[in-house]
Design a protein around this ligand. Structure first.
Ligand SMILES: [Fe+2]
Length: 388
């Protein structure tokens, strides 16, 4: 019988488009309907009418199980509702309406949430995935415009069931209405399922995109640090390597107010699983004005001081944040901090970042919604940063 295996989820939001994916139990066709979001007001609370006005529809008659359709012609920073549907000769399914929001223009504030390890920790903890469910629920409560997952979404990326167990099922309430990006962690094992399930720009294991005043770059640190050499570099962090050359070109071509890079292995963390060889990337990130780097792998929260040239630099440094997220293992932190550590704590968490054209606010929030760390970067007209 035809059924929905993965509820619809949102990929690659732009000013005028959204890509919508879902999975069905059997090969079937694909349809997305975009509906107008009409606000109504009662008292002090805004809400929406039941969405009924059909604005556009995209259809593919090709039968598949992992469905992917891109809707174009949308307005920037606008909330819509969408429905998906699939049918074959013996049945049909429908999901929605779910809300979605297109990317905002430059100059418009937005917020994004960062976490990781929904599978890397929950895959072997004793709470049967309850931690990642609590983190997903808190992320949803803070209503981010988009989400970043810094790898280890699953325990074993080659295991089909893992993707539902650790990611799509616990995350479905967030993922139906929040576009998200992810990078490869070691637990994904560079599995073909990662490439099948996500609609990132080719080659998918590294890519970049703009959202509001921020430019985001996703890197594949599991390619720079191959499993057979871990934790040593495989020698690719230099010109001539495809991913490294992409990084140079991409940094050179972006003039966004904020540059944010995310990849799995942490170059700076005062705990086990620090991968120091990735510091070979830092001079390039510093040269082109990267503001924030998000990592994971060590299942803790840690925020570095601003760092440049391998030392604390409160004027021009990059802040490295380990958002080890949906799990926490105190024994993974060293008994004492390292010189680069500004704040660290082994608690389940996500990181909320609020972006305006002149400020980045970083807030670390635990699985009960409590704020436990905060930092702000202000940037003036000339690009000079102040860390608050
Ligand atoms: Fe990892």
């Amino acid at each position: 019988m035809l059924s929905i295996v993965k509820e619809p989820y949102l990929q690659w939001p732009t000013l005028h488009s959204m890509t919508i994916m879902w999975e069905t139990s059997e090969p079937s066709d694909s349809r997305v309907e975009i509906l107008a979001a009409e606000r109504i007001h009662s008292g002090y609370q805004g809400n929406y009418k039941k969405p009924e006005q059909l604005l556009c529809e995209v259809y593919s008659e090709d039968y598949c199980t992992i469905h992917q359709l891109t809707v174009t012609g949308l307005e920037p920073g606008t909330i819509y509702f969408y429905k998906v549907g699939s049918k074959h000769g013996q049945g049909e399914i429908e999901s929605g309406p779910h809300p979605m929001k297109t990317a905002v223009r430059k100059g418009e504030p937005f917020s994004f949430a960062v976490t990781s390890e929904t599978g890397g920790y929950s895959g072997f903890d004793s709470s049967n995935g309850q931690i990642n469910r609590r983190i997903f629920k808190q992320m949803q409560a803070f209503r981010p415009d988009l989400a970043l997952f810094v790898g280890d979404l699953v325990n074993d990326g080659t295991n089909y069931d893992d993707w539902d167990t650790y990611f799509f099922s616990p995350g479905k309430h967030l993922l139906t209405n929040t576009p998200f990006y992810s990078c490869l962690g070691n637990h994904e094992r560079n599995a073909s399922l990662y490439y099948d399930l996500f609609a990132y720009a080719p080659p998918k294991n590294y890519y970049s995109f703009d959202y509001g005043d921020a430019h985001f770059i996703c890197l594949d640190s599991t390619d720079f640090i191959k499993p057979e050499h871990y934790p040593r570099s495989s020698g690719g962090m230099m010109p001539g390597n495809e991913q490294y050359d992409f990084l140079i070109r991409d940094l050179q071509s972006s003039f966004a107010k904020w540059k944010i890079v995310f990849f799995h292995y942490p170059p700076y963390v005062s705990g086990g699983y620090q991968v120091e060889d990735l510091r070979q990337l830092c001079p390039l990130l510093e040269q082109y004005g990267v503001d924030l780097v998000f990592n994971s792998h060590t299942i803790v929260y840690e925020r570095s001081h601003p760092i440049r040239d391998g030392v604390v630099d409160m004027d021009n440094g990059i802040v490295y944040i380990v958002a080890g997220g949906a799990g926490a293992m105190p024994e993974w932190l060293l008994p004492r901090r390292e010189w680069h550590t500004s704040q660290s704590l082994a608690v389940p968490h996500f990181v909320q970042v609020v972006v305006t054209s002149t400020s980045l606010e970083v807030r670390a929030i635990d699985d009960e919604g409590r704020l436990f760390d905060m930092m702000r970067i202000k940037k003036d007209f000339y690009g000079k940063r102040t860390f608050l």
